[in-house]
Design a protein around this ligand. Structure first.
Ligand SMILES: Cc1cc2nc3c(=O)[nH]c(=O)nc-3n(C[C@H](O)[C@H](O)[C@H](O)COP(=O)(O)OP(=O)(O)OC[C@H]3O[C@@H](n4cnc5c(N)ncnc54)[C@H](O)[C@@H]3O)c2cc1C
Length: 385
């Protein structure tokens, strides 16, 4: 048995011993508040066993694992039906950003607590007037002695209601004459538990409130908690987005496969498969998922190329939205009438409703297509006003 196979066995054994029946399948897209205390406790156990920050260097509490081992871990994790983790914003977004671009003081202060899941994070980028057009953020931060003072509003802030810290993109300097609009922004690490921070939940289509509005009214953070140089936060903000998915995408796709298998089984049970068009749509979904998986593995293995992340985002967001629509076809009127006590119907309704968000967050489909058009095909740049 080679080292990677041995590693796979180690992961599998740990999961078999720790993923007990009550934990299997809890949480996930559109179900971020489901069994939260149990999922937090499980994620902390995972952390204590050294599984949360595989990709991080050993010096910062990770395992320095190869990409192959990260993929193995995410495959096994998804296959085991382990709960949806609560640490991803810390471990896959701000942690790698601090490792790459933070100061040693910031790394020492934050990384051990992220790795142990002692402190949870949220992402403060989007605002009511700045989503796709992120350079338009109007939240401001000004220096006051040895602090930054922050005022403004963020929106769609996932998990802000459970977060201890937020990484905030804020304007700290006016745009210099002739400079691009993203000049003068800074990337600040801001504690959530203070008087100047108010979190208001937003009720979503699914009925859940996974994201929030966050108001900063003279909120404060210490002056050394800016990542990168003040005014140079755009580069840091883009680096964070680059870290967002990585090897975890493979685990996500194993979840997709399970959803598709379960939907095909449901269609068999309901007799919906007598419809030849539906049979064809299910088969097509299977083929598209195989293409997506092959493309993702190839992209992970190779050197980064322009537009690849956009291609993968477009492929998976459209795939899952299509799966939600297919589920509604399989269920027929039962999907619309939705008996609240019918857990199976509720599962597919949740997937259908939440998957509407897949083509919006992490860069909308339109934005991803623009990236492909401009950076891969070399088409003329869009006029952005
Ligand atoms: C479930 C979910 C979780 C989220 N979590 C977070 C989070 O934790 N933190 C955070 O900061 N943000 C978060 N977001 C916000 C997300 O990043 C934004 O919704 C996204 O960037 C789009 O911005 P917007 O909603 O302001 O829409 P807009 O940018 O106003 O876009 C509206 C529509 O116009 C289209 N459009 C905009 N500009 C162009 C263009 N130049 N060319 C063509 N079409 C265009 C868009 O594609 C879209 O269809 C989350 C969103 C969702 C749905």
């Amino acid at each position: 048995m080679d080292g990677d196979e041995q590693f796979r066995h180690e992961v599998r054994d740990w999961l078999a011993a720790n993923v007990t029946d009550g934990l299997r399948g809890i949480g996930g897209p559109g179900r971020e508040n489901e069994a939260y205390p149990q999922r937090l406790a499980f994620t902390r156990r995972l952390a204590a066993a050294g599984w949360t920050c595989l990709a991080w260097p050993v010096a910062y509490g990770g395992r320095g694992a190869s990409l192959a081992r990260q993929v193995i871990f995410h495959e096994e994790y998804a296959r085991s039906g382990a709960p949806s983790r609560v640490d991803h914003i810390g471990t896959t977004m701000v942690g790698p950003t601090l490792i790459a671009l933070g100061t040693e003081r910031q790394r020492r202060r934050f990384l051990p607590r992220i790795a142990a899941v002692d402190e949870l994070w949220c992402q403060g980028y989007s605002e009511p007037g700045a989503g796709s057009d992120l350079a338009g953020v109007t939240t401001r931060a000004r220096r006051d002695g040895d602090h930054w003072v922050i005022s403004g509003q963020k929106v769609w802030t996932s998990l802000a209601h459970v977060a201890d810290w937020c990484f905030v993109l804020a304007r700290t300097e006016a745009v210099p004459d002739g400079a691009p609009r993203h000049a003068g922004l800074s990337y600040l690490l801001v504690p959530m538990h203070q008087r100047g921070v108010t979190v208001r939940p937003i009720r979503q289509l699914t009925g859940d409130s996974e994201f929030n509005e966050v108001f900063f009214d003279d909120a404060r953070t210490e002056d050394h908690l800016v990542v990168g140089e003040p005014g140079q936060g755009w580069r840091v903000a883009m680096a964070t987005l680059g870290f967002e998915r990585g090897a975890a995408t493979v685990g996500q796709q194993i979840g997709f496969q399970r959803d598709l298998d379960d939907l095909a089984a449901l269609a068999r049970r309901t007799g919906a498969l007598t419809d030849p068009v539906l049979r064809e749509r299910i088969a097509r979904a299977w083929v598209e998922l195989s293409v997506l998986r092959a493309h993702t593995l190839r992209a992970l293995a190779g050197p980064p190329t322009a537009g690849t992340a956009s291609e993968i985002k477009l492929l998976w967001s459209r795939w899952r939205r299509g799966l939600g629509e297919l589920a509604m076809v399989v269920l027929g009127p039962a999907g619309a009438a939705a008996d609240p006590g019918d857990e199976e119907v509720q599962r597919w309704r949740r997937l259908f409703l939440f998957s509407r968000a897949d083509t919006i967050y992490g860069g909308s489909d339109e934005i991803q297509r623009t990236v492909v058009a401009e950076r891969v095909l070399g088409l003329p740049r869009q006029d952005r006003g």
